[in-house]
Design a protein around this ligand. Sequence first.
Ligand code: MIC
Ligand code: SF4
Length: 646
Amino acid sequence: MTAKTLTEKIIDMHYVTGEKSQGREVAISIDQTLTQDATGTMAYLQYEAIGVPRVKTRLSVSYVDHNTLQSDYKNADDHRFLQSMAQKYGIYFSRPGNGICHQLHVENFAVPGSTLIGSDSHTPTAGGVGAMAMGAGGLDVAAAMAGMPFRIKYPKVMGVHLSESLPEWVSAKDVILEVLRRIDVKGGVGYVLEYFGDGVQSLSVPERATITNMGTETGATTSIFPSDPVTEQFLRAQEREKDYIPLLPDPGAAYDRVIEIDLSALEPLAACPHSPGDVRPVRELAGLAVQQVGIGSCTNSSLKDLETVARILEGQTISEDLHLIVNPGSRQVVDHLIESGALNQMIQAGARILENACGACIGMGAAPSSKAVSVRTYNRNFKGRSGTSDADVYLVSPETAAAAALRGKLIDPRDLGQPFPAVELPSRYRVNKNMFIPPLPHEKAAQTEIIRGPNIAPLPEFQSLPDSLSGEVVLKVGDNITTDHIIPGGAKILPLRSNIPQISQYVFEMVDPDFPARALEKGGGFILGGDNYGQGSSREHAALAPKYLGIRAVIVKSFARIHLANLINFGIVPLTFADPADYDRIDPGDHLDVIINDLRSPDIVLKNRTKGSDSRLGHTLSELDAGILKAGGKLSWIKSRIDRCE
Ligand code: MIC
Ligand code: SF4
């Protein structure tokens, strides 16, 4: 028998159909799903349209953590809708205020060796306990809740070999920043990042979760740690010892690529504006004046992170040139911070303690001032994401963030001249699940009325795909376009997530605010892009809203994984240039014809009527994908299959 990686083992345990060879499609069964409110409303509308009376997963959880500002009725409408949906369909509901979905899932539900998909790109956080956890579009999560398997391209496995242990003042965030420094924001595409080696045992589960969380920024399918005695200890501390299974790679398992990281040789790092992959040592940036420090997000809001910050700040006052905001990851974290006195230490030092929610990470409040430098423990620093288009965001560890808060400038935390705050994690956490509403029994669930306020618009319907696509290039963009470029977050736009006609008015708002009007005027057309198009979040609105504006195909050099799946799900044809140089030969406004009557053929011809030239296009669509596109999207495709079975 060949020695297997963790990834291969978990895929084997969940294999349903497909070809287990790299790059080919494989379908796996899904044990758990999670949604958050900003993607959840669409996911549940789609689940409702599929028409399965109760979820078929072992566990599904609906979290509320993104849209919590409630500046009017919209977010509150969404919350009530989500709660009623959860009660009707057998889903756990995590009430607003309970915490950030990924932190909560690791604390309460993630199981080693299980499969989890979530309508949020940072779902791999649960890889910290050895789950194979992947981000997906809401429709794929809805399909998994309805019992359908999840399709992925059989991944390559990148072994990240960890040796030794971290020195003082260097923490888990610096490990993932080092990975990003080496492989950048698309080096993980097509891979699962699997951590192994002696250094693994030196990292606690929350530290591992920080690493798997931000592995998303490499473009990887997911990231995973083994399930070992450290995992067992964590699950015991969370009163979940029954969820423990040991799960290690086989000795001699072969990785497609190996990265070696000597933990003891790492130093504090920072991702510079405006990419998580632009990583430099903090010492090279030392002295840069800072106007805001943000501590929290699903990457760094665990008890260990915040206890560390509190100890660094203890007895001092933050610099008067900045403000410090802190979003704890969960109520459990807050509970411990109160008990230990750490919360008070942070407040006394001048921290503004905000809600246990995503908050400033997705631009929901606490935007920095004009041209500010904001130093954050979060995972993304895309331009404008903070809510201030000319702010510069640096991504760092909690230690580096706390040091910046004290000194008012970036400084290597080792130069603070303070004793290192060693934090011991409790052997038992203060577990309290009273803000989770468990699923109702069948009979009661069936009687639940769904509550739909005016913010919940009906799902748009789309036509099946014609044999040829014709239209203008409505927009041409460059490399690494993020879903934040396509459909921004933030306090103005995020509350419109349940209303596609309204949110579609903001597509490409930061790139070209005239795009929606132009796309509608031209009757749709094409978007042209460079490499890694659609990196970042799982928000399916980045496909759904352009589709609503009439976009028929996106033609690029390469796609990011989740966005590619979302385009297919909503019937936008994702095509790639056979010769990337052709990208330069097509201009905005050119009129194109693309013949797509046989999407199974890997070769597609693009005729540029304006230039009188032809280009060859390719794609990575499977036969199933082609069927979904032909049907006008995955929802129509699923419904037609269910109708045929009835
Ligand atoms: C993000 O961090 O960008 C988000 C907001 O969590 C998204 C989900 C969304 O857009 O609702 C993600 O990462 O998938
Ligand atoms: Fe929330 Fe930010 Fe994490 Fe996204 S990255 S789930 S917005 S905390």
